[in-house]
Design a protein around this ligand. Structure first.
Ligand code: HEC
Ligand code: HEC
Ligand code: HEC
Ligand code: HEC
Ligand code: HEC
Ligand code: HEC
Ligand code: HEC
Ligand code: HEC
Ligand code: HEC
Length: 384
């Protein structure tokens, strides 16, 4: 049942526009047997042929056209016909009614959506007719789970793709993708924008860096606070950070993953990931030291973690009550060399020689002793 319209003015504007629209529609398509008369309710449009887009746009291309909703919101009914024609759908001559399958004539069937948000969610269900691949992926996404759980603000198709104006995705840049997410995740976007990744993308148009979907996936975005996601973070970062074709351009080490895995934190996380991916780890992963959306250059003078004081605060999250020298216990990603961590380097070197020498010496000793005894025994026998 419809509530009486609270917006008296809007209703009359709506009706006047409807009437105006009807006359234009009649002229454009000659579908109406006679022009609508003022102060009369719009007459039904007899449906002689499949409705074409011009017929719909005769009414809906009018900018001021709107209708009140039960929620008290006003729904704009305007569709930009020119933008539609040049959109990914318009250029393929997709009909309005291919998506709006329940509308074939005027008056339209009674609306069931009570709010603008319900309109967006309900109407987005039409996309699966032709894009079942994408729909299948979204069914497993955190956004869909949030919607199912009652959080209607989570994203559906029409939030990320304006259905009337969407362009081919090939025209979409990595920065456009971040801007799409920013509509609803603005605080994260603001942090990201100043990070080493975000500032390169948005400031310099550098597409080597990670945008939101490089880390979160696209239609099947998963819960990033899960154990599984946390355990897989090192591999996520390694995708780019072990790729020499990318990292050489920036003079960055490609050993950050292998040195991490060799480290006592990484060794444990990797073990967990392989044996029991759902087992939570309390050991540090990349983002515990580097940050998440606010990752900065390691030598950034204010936030860089190559500076001991900045690194210490990260270690203290898990090793409370540490003193300033604690980070020295960790070698970072550096491989010990005569210039970096020389003590570790020479101790390693020493062991590299010592162990083969001692063990080898022992082996030679044991073997020669054994041979000697064997020979002696033989000799003894033959003498006997
Ligand atoms: C005579 C003018 C007129 C024509 C022609 C017309 N519409 Fe509408 N349309 C309206 C009005 C008025 C509303 C708001 C009231 C209502 O929902 O009935 C509306 C609402 C809508 C809505 C929003 C909500 C809903 O489901 O009711 C959609 C979608 C829509 N029209 C699509 C179309 C399509 C597709 C066509 C072409 C097949 C079309 N319209 C032709 C006047 C028109
Ligand atoms: C690719 C599918 C698709 C096509 C093609 C399409 N629509 Fe829509 N339309 C939608 C979706 C989805 C919404 C809901 C958008 C929202 O509210 O976020 C919508 C909403 C609307 C509305 C309600 C107002 C609004 O913007 O929410 C009107 C009116 C409308 N469409 C008319 C048309 C007309 C006229 C055409 C043809 C020129 C058309 N549509 C073509 C999918 C489509
Ligand atoms: C959270 C935002 C978001 C949601 C929700 C979303 N998409 Fe997408 N979609 C994107 C982005 C961003 C791209 C472009 C990716 C690129 O440029 O590589 C894309 C790409 C596409 C493509 C191009 C082919 C492809 O798969 O890359 C289609 C078709 C598509 N989406 C349809 C849909 C449909 C249908 C739905 C709903 C079932 C949907 N999308 C939901 C953001 C979204
Ligand atoms: C009647 C079938 C049909 C429906 C329904 C439909 N689409 Fe499409 N869509 C197409 C066709 C055809 C193309 C052009 C495909 C191409 O160029 O490869 C397309 C292209 C797209 C693209 C650009 C893809 C690319 O690779 O550049 C996006 C994004 C998209 N649709 C989203 C949507 C969304 C969102 C909905 C629901 C609101 C929707 N579509 C409903 C048929 C449809
Ligand atoms: C229409 C608004 C909207 C858009 C657009 C949108 N999201 Fe969301 N997203 C939400 C809402 C609402 C939630 C659930 C509440 C929350 O945790 O923030 C959510 C949840 C998430 C979560 C899970 C958060 C958690 O703590 O579980 C991730 C990850 C996410 N979105 C990433 C993205 C990415 C990446 C994009 C762009 C491709 C995007 N979102 C676009 C509204 C949106
Ligand atoms: C370099 C990889 C990376 C990039 C780029 C990235 N994220 Fe994340 N994001 C993560 C990780 C890792 C987490 C999990 C954090 C945790 O452990 O709580 C996360 C968590 C989230 C969450 C849920 C937790 C929260 O803080 O609310 C949302 C929502 C989210 N990201 C959205 C986005 C959006 C939107 C963008 C783009 C502006 C983006 N992310 C870019 C890696 C990334
Ligand atoms: C899509 C590829 C990609 C992914 C995924 C990625 N990065 Fe990056 N990252 C880059 C590129 C490219 C740069 C260099 C940017 C520049 O210098 O302008 C960079 C720079 C950095 C820097 C700054 C190094 C310095 O001091 O200059 C850190 C730290 C970093 N990334 C950490 C991470 C972490 C942690 C993750 C995972 C959560 C991650 N990155 C995921 C591509 C990526
Ligand atoms: C996310 C939590 C976390 C962060 C952040 C973290 N660690 Fe650890 N670290 C651990 C856990 C858990 C262990 C294993 C402790 C155990 O098995 O007793 C560990 C073990 C160690 C050990 C081995 C000696 C010992 O106590 O067992 C050293 C050294 C160490 N961490 C140094 C650091 C340094 C330096 C930093 C900062 C750069 C740091 N950690 C940051 C969680 C963390
Ligand atoms: C326990 C803390 C910690 C963890 C865990 C950690 N890093 Fe680092 N990372 C640092 C510190 C400190 C530096 C700066 C000094 C150095 O290079 O060792 C650094 C430097 C870097 C750099 C800059 C390298 C260069 O060439 O200048 C990148 C990129 C990076 N880390 C990525 C990662 C990735 C990817 C992971 C996970 C696989 C990771 N880090 C795990 C602390 C950490």
């Amino acid at each position: 049942m419809r509530r009486p319209y609270p917006l008296f003015g809007a209703r009359w504007t709506g009706i006047l526009l409807m009437i105006l629209g009807l006359s234009v529609a009649a002229l454009a398509t000659a579908l109406l047997p006679q022009p609508a008369v003022a102060a009369q309710a719009p007459r039904p449009i007899a449906q002689t042929a499949a409705p074409n887009n011009e017929m719909c746009l005769a009414c809906h291309a009018q900018q001021a056209m709107q209708v009140p909703l039960d929620s008290g919101e006003t729904l704009s009914l305007y569709v930009n016909g020119e933008a539609f024609k040049t959109s990914a759908h318009g250029t393929k001559e997709i009909a309005c009614v291919a998506c709006h399958t329940d509308i074939t004539a005027f008056p339209h069937p009674e609306k069931t959506a009570k709010s603008a948000r319900q309109v967006t969610i309900q109407f987005s269900q039409t996309c699966s007719q032709c894009h079942s691949q994408e729909e299948k992926l979204t069914l497993e996404s955190i956004h869909q789970m949030d919607i199912d759980g009652g959080n209607l603000n989570a994203a559906v198709c029409a939030d990320c793709h304006n259905p009337h104006e969407t362009r081919p995705v090939a025209e979409m840049t990595k920065a456009d993708i971040a801007a799409t997410c920013a509509q609803c995740h603005n605080a994260i976007y603001e942090a990201y924008k100043t990070s080493v990744h975000g500032s390169a993308l948005i400031g310099e148009g550098n597409t080597d860096v990670a945008t939101c979907t490089d880390c979160h996936g696209l239609h099947n975005i998963k819960n990033p606070t899960s154990t599984l996601f946390r355990n897989e973070t090192p591999k996520l970062c390694a995708k780019c950070h072990t790729n020499a074709a990318i990292m050489d351009k920036y003079g960055l080490s490609t050993k950050v993953y292998s040195t991490y895995v060799a480290d006592f934190h990484g060794a444990t996380v990797t073990l967990f990931e392989n044996t029991d991916p759902d087992q939570p780890t309390n050991k540090a992963v990349c983002t515990d030291c580097h940050g998440i959306h606010n990752i900065s250059r390691v030598d950034d003078p204010s936030t860089g973690i190559a500076l001991k004081k900045n690194l210490l605060t990260k270690c203290q999250k898990c090793h409370p009550g540490l003193n300033e020298n604690f980070p020295d216990a960790w070698m970072g990603h550096y491989i010990a060399s005569p210039t970096k961590h020389p003590i570790v380097y020479y101790i390693n070197l020493f062991y590299q020689f010592l162990i083969p020498t001692v063990l080898g010496g022992m082996a030679i000793f044991v073997i020669s002793d054994f041979t000697r005894r064997l020979i002696d025994r033989r000799k003894g026998k033959s003498h006997a």
